[in-house]
Design a binder for this molecule. Sequence first.
Ligand SMILES: [Zn+2]
Length: 191
Amino acid sequence: MIEVVDAVAARQALGRRMLPCPDCGAALKPWGQARPRTVRDLGGGLLTVRPDRARCTACQRTHVVLDAGLLPHRAYTVRFLGQALVSAVRGHGHRQIAAELGAPEGTVRGWLRRARHTAEQLRLIGVQAVVAVDPEALPTADRGDPLAHAVEALVAAAVAVRRRFGGGPRDLWSQIVLLTRGRLLAPSPSG
Ligand SMILES: [Zn+2]
């Protein structure tokens, strides 16, 4: 799986063999499309997407090329998930968040459980990115809540990357998807 800023640009790059394999760095080639999927965005809108697939010309592994606004195997946009995490950091429980956003309680509960489980890894990804780009932007407040630390570090990293390099996705959570390589709810292979 490869997260990209712009799926259209990525398709052109793929066609020109300019997209590198995340496993070995060799050129990827087009390899059809993944099954269509419908994802829910903030405000209740539905998007149907059909991501491109790519195959490595060297190691032969296949990858799904996913827009950075989306997460693998999730039926919601990352903006939607991000809003749920921000609400949780503000002290809202999963039932309240589910009602606020219009998502099933069990889905929200699952997100929060996973995010809390991996909060320390997420925080480290955020902190490392901030340190690499702009150490001055490192959050210093002690919030007591590991998920709050993680969200704060990831947002600080996304802001710092945007300030330093410009461009990138418009949505901060899409930038966070790129930073975490699509593993916002599962940073480690075991998670
Ligand atoms: Zn490869």
